[in-house]
Design a protein around this ligand. Sequence first.
Ligand code: NAP
Length: 244
Amino acid sequence: MAGSALVTGSSRGIGRAIAKELAREGWDVCVNYIKHQAEAEALTEELRAMGRRCIAVQADVADEAACRAMVRQAETRLGPVELLVNNAGISYAGLFQDLSAADWDRCLAVNLTGARNMVQAVLPHMLDIKAGAIVNISSIWGLRGASCEVAYACSKAGIVALTRSLAMELAPSHIRVNAVAPGCIETDMVRVLGEDTVRSLIEETPLGRLGQPEDIAHAAAFLASEKASFITGQILTVDGGFIG
Ligand code: NAP
């Protein structure tokens, strides 16, 4: 199966690797970004050179109307979305007592409500055809909890509940919903933590390295594929053994 896929937050990092892996597997891809248009456009060129149809759409996943408009664009230009990857995410580091209400709200709005907005936008077609796959990107911090990243951990724990609950609700319609929970992956989100923190994260990772975006892309592409046709409601941890 390879129709049209939409990967949120695919201008950089993990989302970019997922978009490339899906294109390699034959999917046409709608790339999404919020700020980095040049990176998103460069990726669409790469995917087109691989023989895929591809568009880049700017949309804030926290904005429900923008999500619906993006899905309409994808449907018009690439055909109905049969695979949604909810990858767009932001993180906040800092003590909980210093976390403002606005930062808490924004973190939940992008990381959790964003996934809700996107699922609601793609569902009508998936329900019509009684098929489709959704892959959400959670985090080990959503499973284990994270000191100094409470809002982020809560948003990612919400993604776990969203995944398991939707999997149950949508299984009778043959729509599969799974998630990947990455460990520490070498992207801008982790680079901003600084060298010392990154070194200690590597030390805490039994496999002794940061994950690469491709490590997550392979897991996401597997969950999206027919090879995973009997898998739904699962959270696949890809963390080099970090949470054991
Ligand atoms: P990243 O390098 O910071 O990239 C974030 C991506 O999300 C960018 O493409 C960005 O677009 C996009 N984005 C941010 N806010 C958005 C919004 N409101 N609407 C649409 N797109 C938005 O992050 P990453 O490390 O690849 O993380 C990708 C996902 O994996 C996130 O959900 C993150 O929480 C999760 N994750 C990452 C790690 C890790 O160690 N890196 C670990 C666990 C989970 P622009 O380029 O336009 O800014």
